[in-house]
Design a protein around this ligand. Structure first.
Ligand code: HPA
Length: 292
């Protein structure tokens, strides 16, 4: 029996990074993952090189609606950036090693900073759909259940065996985000993100449990990417778009339950509306990072 899965290691990372190195002259210092419905944030870039995930060696192709599945490299406000337009999720059936492989490749290409965005369900009563939330910390529920992108023999060329997570979301970048949001007059919540594996949304009992363990927003992504970025020594900034607020009470009897998939549509639609604010915030943060 195989003890570990390690097919997306050093050699594959080198192969994918050298493929990208030949396809583009850009060497982005910042990698940005756009979550559900948020891919249009990349549209503001000049001189973009667009490369479908399917063409990049070992990249997992995404089949989820709202996730384009392409890498867009370009210049945004004077900064060379790489946008991952769409991400691959654990619930799609890939291993955590595989879904986080693109982060390692972008780091190899030169990215020292990762900005992760996602759509998340709000767990707090004072959150509203459309809010932006700066992720200050996360609860790794999937990790606690035994799934980690670092499981298996560690390759010390990639990072250390044990990864410090007490400041996974970079305090300096958080400070910049808060300050830029203030300058732009954008409301920015702060809170703890929890990852559930999905693809089911939460029951009311799930919601009460997640609130109890200190989570403010719940989603189906991000945490594995942050773990791998920290393993690689990258600085991380996380931004959630609260696409919906989830009730902790059972629907009353006789209530009409929305049809299958409609919450996913709601998430995508809300995401499209949040794109202009999220773009402004990210551009402001990049500008400030370039000045620092
Ligand atoms: N739950 C889990 N993931 C999500 C949600 C949600 O309510 N909204 C957007 N992503």
């Amino acid at each position: 029996m195989a003890v570990q899965e390690q097919p997306y290691g050093w050699d594959e990372i080198e192969e994918a990074a050298s493929f990208l190195g030949e396809r583009t002259i850009l060497r982005p210092a910042v990698a940005i993952v756009t979550g559900s419905g948020l891919g249009a944030v990349a549209d503001e870039m000049e001189a973009a090189d667009i490369i479908p995930y399917g063409e990049i060696p070992c990249f997992p192709p995404t089949g989820v609606e709202g996730h384009a599945g392409e890498l867009a490299l370009g210049v945004l406000d004077g900064n060379e950036v790489a946008f991952m337009r769409g991400r691959v999720h654990f619930y799609e059936g890939y291993s955590l090693q595989r879904i986080t492989f693109p982060i390692r490749v972008l780091h190899k290409l030169g990215a020292g900073t990762l900005i992760v965005t996602n759509a998340a369900g709000g767990l707090r009563e004072d959150f509203a759909a459309g809010d932006l939330m700066l992720i200050t910390d996360h609860v790794n529920l999937v990790g606690m259940a035994g799934f980690s992108p670092l499981r298996g023999a560690n390759d010390p060329r990639l990072g250390p065996q044990f990864v410090e997570m007490s400041a996974a979301y970079d305090p300096g970048l958080r400070e910049i985000a808060v300050s830029v949001a203030g300058e732009l007059g954008l409301a920015l919540r702060q809170g703890t993100y929890v990852m559930c594996a999905g693809p089911t949304f939460e029951t009311p009992a799930d919601v009460r449990f997640l609130r109890l363990i200190g989570a403010d927003a719940v989603g189906m992504s991000t945490v594995p990417e942050v773990i791998v970025a920290r393993h690689e020594g990258m600085r991380v900034l996380g931004l959630s778009h609260i696409s919906n607020v989830i009730p902790g009470e059972l629907a009353p009897s006789g209530a009409e339950i929305s049809g299958e998939g409609s919450l996913h549509q709601e998430v995508l639609e809300a995401g499209r509306k949040a794109v202009p604010r999220l773009s402004l915030l990210i551009k402001g943060i990049l500008r400030r990072m370039a000045e620092a």
